[in-house]
Design a protein around this ligand. Sequence first.
Ligand code: SF4
Length: 160
Amino acid sequence: MEKILVSACLLGNKVRYNGKDLLCDEEILLQWLNEGRVIPFCPEVSAGLPTPRAPAEIQHGGGDNVLTHQARVIANTGDDVTAQFIAGAENTLKTCQDNQIRIAILTESSPSCGSTTIYNGQFSGTKVTGTGVTTALLMRHGIRVFSQHSIRDAAALIGY
Ligand code: SF4
């Protein structure tokens, strides 16, 4: 049975920077859980970042630019957490490869998991078009990344 990697916070795990979850009650996701298809994963926690943690945003680019060292991930405390975000992306990729995963459902707008939007790096609450660091790395390796808002598109890919 094809496995699907899902952001842990969408499954009710309180792993977000603010110590909360972002539970998604999409029916297909519940069905996948019941079928045993779902592999929960949080890139940032996998890299050893604490929960709660300072919010972070990508400055001067998106996830791809972070992977090529042209942009950094900076917390609102000023700490540079780029290395941890790249490590989290690599951990996620390894989990996908170990489980032959080709589809991931990741949380929209996160600096790790965003797939169509991220925040603009100024902690102003402004979103811009872009992808998070983990999403960028997964996409480079041919893994299709969807958000909690496009789960039905992912479902269509596996014949639901
Ligand atoms: S890194 Fe991804 S899975 Fe982890 S809390 Fe942030 S959005 Fe959720």
